[in-house]
Design a protein around this ligand. Structure first.
Ligand code: ATP
Ligand code: MG
Length: 418
């Protein structure tokens, strides 16, 4: 080392000790690497003099060092962006695992004392392994004295700890994400098994009963049992369809085939399906005459209506139900309103989540909590929105919108559902 010692200046032993403690505390408490580094170097700057500092870390792909952080805290602020200055010192410290000092004369393009550059390169250790180099640069001398080198080594060790914190934090986050995924998969499997077991249990029970040789069933009872088996088999296959749809929707693999569709006809078809399935339902249809053609997957939009109508029948038994389709400015709005018991406010925001069911009050009514989730995904895939308005005692209205594609706003176009 050459050059005169840096005068102690305003530094006292006390401020140095305080800064050293503060650095150690920041490292122990900070998980945000960038702001931790900023704070550490700001403090380091109060205990020894440097103009620039940069961090070079080994790249996982190339194995070489890449600049990852740099700050100019003294002279030469303009050089913050250009990071090649520290590279030779970083590489040497990284390769040898030793603290190294380099001195450079940048040539006559820079006038005066600042031609002289001193670089202090320090190996960065993380978890016992050298992962890069930290370089302090000082312009215009004097060289780094032994005492400053010792402080820089202290800072480098703490920077290594900061990086270790980051490595640990990201490992913890990965582990937590894996655990959460495993938990969700467990929950999914147990919900599904439970739901599949219910209809299967009925089917198995009634078939076993019918097969029992010691009992003779009269024709009427046999038919009743077979009807239950038939219904439960339908329920099972509907459940499997819903599960498949919902998993495809979740991963974006459910294909939609959009074609020009007359919404009025689609709504009337859904209504007649519902009437034949639930002959007791009091259903009113109100459809604007001048609804334009929509570009939609008609099977999927019919599925949305079927889901909403089956919910109205299940959760508002005996209450009048109205389906309304109206043209708004740039969209069509469709609502399914019932005059049933309504839904308590705390459940409203969860209704469209997968497997969500309002607890307790409808346990007698069977369902999986997939219907509204599927509705939401289908409507969103069409660029529309779906929501619910409900209050206990005031009935429930589900509304969804479908955008009107400009090019289709011509009734003379051929349409499906005529
Ligand atoms: P699935 O449709 O999968 O067979 P589900 O009907 O329980 O089962 P969703 O259609 O997603 O599932 O409905 C979620 C929950 O929202 C229902 O369990 C019910 O508690 C509540 N809900 C839905 N529609 C109404 C309604 N019209 N009135 C009152 N509550 C409703
Ligand atoms: Mg439902």
């Amino acid at each position: 080392m050459t050059g005169p010692l840096v005068p102690p200046g305003p530094l006292t032993h006390g401020t140095e000790l305080n800064a050293v403690y503060a650095i150690a505390r920041i490292v122990a408490e900070t998980f945000d690497t960038e702001s931790g580094l900023d704070a550490v170097f700001r403090l380091a700057h109060t205990i020894f003099i440097f103009d620039v500092v940069a961090l070079y870390l080994q790249s996982e792909e190339s194995g070489g060092l890449e600049p990852t952080y740099a700050r100019a805290l003294g002279r030469g602020r303009a050089r913050e962006a250009d990071l090649t200055w520290g590279e030779p010192a970083a590489i040497e410290a990284f390769r040898t695992g030793q603290t190294i000092l380099r001195q450079e004369d940048v040539g006559p393009s820079i006038e005066g004392r600042e031609r002289r550059r001193d670089y202090l390169g320090l190996p960065l250790m993380v978890g016992g392994r050298c992962v890069g180099g930290l370089v302090f640069g000082r312009f215009g001398g004097p060289a780094f004295p032994a005492e400053h080198i010792r402080l820089a080594e202290f800072v480098a060790w703490h920077v290594g700890q900061l990086l270790e914190n980051r490595r640990m934090a990201s490992r913890i986050a990965t582990l937590e994400a894996q655990r959460e995924l495993a938990r969700m998969q467990d929950e999914f499997v147990s919900t599904i098994s439970h739901e599949l077991r219910t209809p299967l249990g009925f089917i198995k029970g009634y078939v076993t009963t019918l097969l029992r040789e010691e009992t003779k069933w009269d024709a009427e009872t046999r038919i009743e049992f077979l009807r239950i088996i038939d219904d439960e088999a339908d329920r099972l296959s509907e459940l499997i369809d819903n599960l498949l749809d919902s998993s495809r929707l979740e991963t974006g693999r459910l294909s939609m085939t959009q074609e020009p569709t007359r919404i009025a006809a689609l709504v009337r078809d859904a209504a007649s399906r519902t009437r034949s399935m639930y002959p007791d339902i009091q259903l009113t249809i109100v459809v604007d005459d001048d609804l334009p053609l929509l570009l939609v997957d008609s099977t999927r939009i019919a599925q949305v209506l079927d889901n909403l109508l089956s919910n109205a029948h299940k959760y508002a038994p005996g209450a009048p139900v109205t389906v309304r389709a109206t043209k708004e400015d740039k969209r069509i709005s469709i609502e399914v309103a019932d005059e049933g018991e309504g839904i308590p406010r705390e459940h409203i925001s969860h209704l469209f989540e997968r497997f969500y069911r309002v607890p307790n009050n409808n346990r007698a009514v069977r369902g999986t909590g997939l219907g509204l989730y599927i509705c939401r995904k289908i409507v969103e895939a069409h660029g529309g929105e779906i929501w619910v308005e409900s209050a206990p005692g005031e009935g429930t209205t589900f509304l969804f919108t479908l955008p009107i594609a400009a090019s289709l706003d011509h009734p003379e176009l051929e349409a499906k559902h005529d």
